[in-house]
Ligand binder design. Structure first.
Ligand code: HEM
Length: 374
């Protein structure tokens, strides 16, 4: 019997969406879902074709900023992100950001995360309870704080400012969801402002930021655009890495045979088999032929990365959850190293994956599969 309780959006937080995704990839690799008002790409070839198509843009052409954020500090910041933009104006900054990220060694990042975990310990009242709340907080804090530290932002000395910066990043990330309510959007706007000041006040430390700022100045790139994209990197590191680490805890808790494997191997498997980012979207800038269908300017395509991932087709080297093509994630190796380091830090502090897997739900989301431990 087909599962009628599931659709391409509810699949993201369904207990086991993978049989559904596999079926879609095999029998409906590209189709129109009239109820959702979206085209859906599910087959690996179709997913790759949409992500490669020059008329498929990361934002609707008439709506560069989500309407709920427009006119707020969060909207202003969002509009400057290279992640959310296909415009030529963003290319020079992107050309500076990508090599900077590529220059971060994932193994060194994992080591740094271990050091920063000890800094965060200072802010914990007690590890004895090891509550779900404490696990959730660490999943959303340690990867973000580590990326901030690797870039040279001042987080390594005080547990509390590190935790506050991570909280603000999470608030800004949360406000970008179409599911965000009015208080979440307000918190996101406040967070954007807070992060802007934090970054402006941060003295030049070690790390690649001073060189990035200098190169940007030399190329005539607006300092505010640089600042926005540094915050953007922390945002990219936030929910998806928390989800990858959280789904790894679930995998370890459900299947004890995995705990003998190196953690990096478990994380890599989770990225393919229970991926943190399940879909992304593209918006047609012009009428076009896409996967054999006539699509119209303004149409939206839901790109099911998770369906491509579990379709059984020869997997590419890169897990689909990190995207493909011009906007593919440049933080993929870093994210996997940070997720493994976060899981290792939590296990070292007594987190029990089997117990965690008994009591969790998925956070409401239309694209990320993020466990929330109870
Ligand atoms: C498990 C963690 C992560 C996942 C699953 C993930 C996934 C993705 C995906 C799917 C995209 C492409 C979106 C699209 O094409 O629509 C993307 C883009 C991006 N990611 Fe990640 N990401 C993760 C962690 C990170 C980290 C840690 C960083 C950097 C510190 C990062 C930086 C970026 C940037 C800058 C882009 C935009 C690239 C562009 O617009 O060309 N990501 N990520």
């Amino acid at each position: 019997m087909p599962d009628t309780d599931i659709d391409p959006l509810s699949a993201v937080t369904h207990p086991d969406p993978y049989p559904y995704y596999r079926e879609l990839a095999a029998s409906q690799p590209f189709f129109r879902d009239d109820r959702l008002g979206l085209w859906v790409a599910a087959g690996p070839q179709e997913v790759a074709d949409v992500l490669a198509h020059s008329d498929c843009r990361v934002r609707p052409p008439a709506q560069p900023v989500p309407p709920a954020l427009a006119g707020t500090a969060a909207g202003e910041l969002f509009g400057r992100l290279v992640r959310m933009n296909d415009g030529a104006a963003h290319a020079p900054l992107k050309a500076l950001l990508m090599p900077m990220l590529a220059g971060i060694d994932p193994a060194a990042a994992a080591q740094r995360a271990t050091v920063l975990a000890a800094v965060l310990d200072a802010g914990e009242a007690s590890w004895a309870a090891m509550s779900g709340e404490c696990i959730n907080r660490w999943l959303f804090t340690l990867p973000v704080v580590t990326v901030a530290d690797l870039l040279g932002l001042p987080v390594a000395n005080e547990g509390s400012s590190a935790a506050e910066a991570a909280q603000r990043v999470a608030a800004f990330a949360g406000a970008q969801s179409p599911l965000a309510d009015a208080p979440a959007v307000r918190a996101g706007a406040e967070a954007a402002q807070w992060l802007g000041h934090w970054l402006a006040d941060a003295a030049d430390g070690a790390g690649p930021l001073p060189a990035l700022r200098q190169a940007a100045r030399a190329a005539g790139i607006d300092a505010q655009a640089v600042a926005a994209n540094i915050i953007g990197l922390l945002v990219q590191a936030c929910e998806a890495t928390a989800a990858l680490a959280g789904n790894t805890l679930l995998r370890l808790g459900r299947d004890t045979t995995q705990s003998g494997l190196p953690l990096d191997a478990v994380v890599a498997r989770v990225a393919r088999e229970d991926p943190p980012v399940q879909n992304t979207r593209r918006f047609l800038a012009a009428d076009a032929q896409l996967c054999g269908h006539a699509v119209k300017a303004g149409d939206a395509v839901l790109v099911l990365l998770a369906a491509a991932s579990c379709s059984g087709a020869a997997a590419s080297e890169r897990p689909w959850t990190f995207g493909h093509g011009r906007h593919a994630c440049p933080g993929d190796r870093l994210a996997q190293a940070l997720a493994a380091a976060t899981v290792a830090a939590l296990r070292a502090r007594g987190a029990d994956p089997a117990a965690l897997a008994q009591a969790f739900r998925y956070r409401p989301s239309l694209n990320a599969r993020i466990p929330h431990f109870l």
